[in-house]
Design a protein around this ligand. Structure first.
Ligand SMILES: C[S@@+](CC[C@H](N)C(=O)[O-])C[C@H]1O[C@@H](n2cnc3c(N)ncnc32)[C@H](O)[C@@H]1O
Length: 355
């Protein structure tokens, strides 16, 4: 292979490109994995906590092998995420690194949650049913990534829901339970229940509930939401809630029918005491059709869209989702962006029609 400084001849291949989409693509792939590794190993948390930290201290604090850690930090420096001071052997985040840390949850979910899906797209072209069996998805990292995004969603959430009155909250598809812990933790008279189909997510949720000292007020139930909505009388500890929440999972169900009714109608009926429903989800960009020159996709949107295209889960636009809520008899009280251009928070009330 010709090195960059070799004099080109008519027989030499062209030098490797460094500033074209191919190079950006490959660097982005590597950078995504570097950021993911620095996140899930706790390195970024340690750097953020210290501001600037010596590499040997960082290695010890994160149980990292120092030579490997230095290699990772060198790559991160090349990517503009950290800057290092060779004199003091310290590292700190750059402004770009701080922004990447803020949105690290998208990297955790994309690489750890469904990275194996992307790595096997070639195989899945022939056997897409593998998606249905979920063998390539890791519920722990999907839930963890969503929980990390809570860092920048919490303020928006509190502004939108601070005035809701409730005594018991049920969170559908609770993942790591970060949002449930937040809602219950600050309200001594409130109890909560989280429902998740994934054993990995339930395990993480129970750990987090215990660490928060809330295991006397929050229960985690491993169950399929379709089962709960289909047989609410079998899940009264869930369905007696007066606040129902669900974040970033509804798109899997809104097109389903349960007991002959549309999912959203059946959900409303399954929670007869509910005074409010708080739903967040990610939506399809109404402008992005393959023929459009729409420019780069917002962070995570490309992964989100491709993943759902492959799994056959149709994503709706926000406007389509609002119509579905209205058709199912809910009243839309509030609707606001949730920290990403295509992720929105809805605060609904059950309306007056019987579901
Ligand atoms: C994208 S994560 C969101 C986690 C959490 N709601 C949050 O925002 O942090 C989706 C969660 O829904 C769970 N889930 C998927 N299908 C489900 C089902 N049929 N019933 C209950 N939970 C489900 C997944 O296991 C995962 O934890």
């Amino acid at each position: 292979m010709a090195r960059h400084h070799d004099a080109p001849t008519s027989a030499s291949p062209a030098p490797l490109p460094v500033d074209v989409p191919a190079a950006e693509l490959l660097n982005g792939f590597v950078g995504t994995h570097v950021l993911y590794a620095l996140t899930v190993s706790g390195v970024l948390d340690a750097v953020v906590a210290a501001g600037s930290v010596s590499v040997p201290t960082l290695a010890e604090a994160t149980h990292s092998e120092p030579t490997a850690l230095r290699a990772l930090l060198r790559a991160a420096q090349r990517l503009g995420l950290v800057h290092g001071d060779a004199g003091t052997d310290t590292v700190a985040l750059t402004p770009g690194g701080r922004e990447a840390y803020r949105v690290r949850g998208y990297f955790t979910a994309t690489v750890g949650g469904f990275g194996d899906v992307f790595r096997h797209l070639d195989t899945l072209l022939a056997w897409p049913e593998e998606f249905g069996r979920s063998v390539l998805q890791n519920g722990h990292y999907t839930a963890l990534g969503c929980a990390q995004n809570w860092d920048f969603q919490r303020r928006i959430f509190d502004g939108a829901t601070g005035d809701l009155g409730f005594g018991r909250v049920a969170d559908i598809g609770c993942g790591a339970a970060a949002r449930l812990i937040h809602l219950v933790g600050g309200r001594p008279d409130v109890t909560g229940v989280g429902v998740d189909v994934s054993g990995e997510a339930c395990q993480l949720a129970r750990q987090n509930v215990k660490s928060a000292g809330l295991d006397d007020r929050i229960t985690i139930v491993q169950a399929d939401v379709l089962g709960v909505v289909g047989a609410p009388e079998a899940f009264t500890q869930v369905t007696d809630a007066d606040l129902v929440t669900s974040y970033f999972i509804l798109h899997h169900f809104v097109g389903e029918r349960v007991g002959g009714r549309p999912f959203l109608t059946a959900l409303r009926a399954a929670f007869p005491r509910a005074r409010s429903f708080v739903f967040a989800d990610g939506f399809r960009d109404p402008r992005t059709e393959p023929t459009d020159d729409a420019g780069p996709a917002p962070l995570f949107t490309l992964a989100y869209q491709l993943f759902h295209d492959f799994t056959g889960v149709g994503l709706r636009t926000r406007a389509e989702q609002r119509e579905m809520f209205l058709d199912a008899g809910y009243r839309v009280e509030r609707e606001l962006p949730f920290g990403h251009p295509l992720e929105w928070l809805f605060v609904l009330s059950p309306g007056t029609d019987p579901a």
